[in-house]
Design a protein. Structure first.
Ligand code: ZN
Length: 308
């Protein structure tokens, strides 16, 4: 958040052009390098789509510069896997059946020594989610360098490897309109490559901005297995991994209202967990800190579930 997000890990590696789609997003401000927020990425894409490739500046991660044509916001009943898990639930506090993050075991860092943390789970003005109106970055960003290995943080089963990952991210409804619009504009290839793993403890782990996935849907992985390579797919101006932990039966958090309005996101998403609640900076394999990018003293924490 703020100035600290200007730190980035620009690597001396040439930009790739993905085979699966044109790079339509203009390179943007340094903040976006460590933003890493996959869904912000998609929101940026929608804005780009609205006004034509190459014409949008995200202005330090603020993506609502232009009025994007807004269509029907009504969310239909769920149809995807996420909807199956959530459609019968109203957004309300749920104790669920899962253990609290501090009780979970078996987590290890998705990158090893040599990695650096470029952004924490922390308050951020341009965050994708909000708690009581205050926006935050809902994952932890780290980098070892473009093409470096990314490891499963926990054992589990691969739910998804690729770009159409949203159904596995705990949204309160489908993202059909979101995807339909990207497909219409042939911009799916500009979404990040994401691996989502069911950690089989009620939580999902998502690994975002990969240059390549090394696993496929249905694969069983153990903690420490290579699941992909660090990249900068999606809205990212430097290679890094955005690691996101989702409590799938947890309470609801609110999606930033501008994104609901402009980019057709469902209004709620299952609780995002600060990865530092399952991973320790004191672990000998923990990534290094960068001066000025410090763990937040008061990280975002949901006190009560968002209500519709
Ligand atoms: Zn991130």
């Amino acid at each position: 958040m703020g100035p600290r997000t200007t730190r980035r890990s620009r690597q001396a590696v040439p930009r790739r052009t993905t085979a699966s789609g044109p790079r339509t997003l203009p390179r943007i401000s340094p903040q976006a390098a460590v933003l890493g927020t996959l869904v912000l990425a998609a929101a940026g894409l929608l804005l780009a789509a609205a006004s034509g490739p190459g014409t949008v500046e995200l202005d330090g991660g603020r993506y609502a510069r232009n009025g994007v044509p807004i269509g029907d916001q009504a969310l239909r009943g769920g149809t995807g896997p996420t909807a199956l898990r959530t459609s019968s639930a109203t957004p309300e506090a749920s104790a669920g059946g899962t253990l609290d993050p501090e009780e979970l075991t078996g987590y290890r860092w998705p990158q090893r020594r040599g990695a650096r943390i470029t952004s924490f789970f922390d308050w951020r003005d341009e965050g994708f989610l909000a708690i009581e109106g205050r926006r935050f970055h809902e994952g932890l960003d780290m980098t070892t360098g473009c093409g470096s290995e990314v490891f499963a943080a926990h054992s589990g089963v691969v739910l998804h490897a690729g770009r159409r990952f949203a159904p596995f991210m705990g949204f309160s409804g489908p993202l059909d309109r979101f995807y339909a619009r990207l497909e219409r504009r042939e911009m799916m290839g500009a979404l990040p490559i994401v691996v989502v793993i069911d950690d089989e403890n009620g939580y999902h782990s998502a690994y975002v901005h990969l240059s390549e996935a090394k696993v496929e849907r249905g694969d069983r992985v153990r903690a420490g297995d290579v699941i992909g390579l660090e990249g900068d797919t999606g809205n990212s101006t430097g290679c890094h991994v955005h690691y996101e932990l989702i409590r799938m039966d947890g309470p609801w958090m609110t999606v930033t209202k501008e994104l609901v309005r402009d980019a057709f996101y469902p209004p709620f998403v299952r609780e995002r967990i600060d990865p530092l609640r399952v991973l320790s900076l004191k672990d000998r394999n923990a990534p290094a800190l960068i001066p000025g990018v410090d763990p937040p003293k008061n990280p975002p924490r949901l006190r009560r579930s968002a209500q519709p």
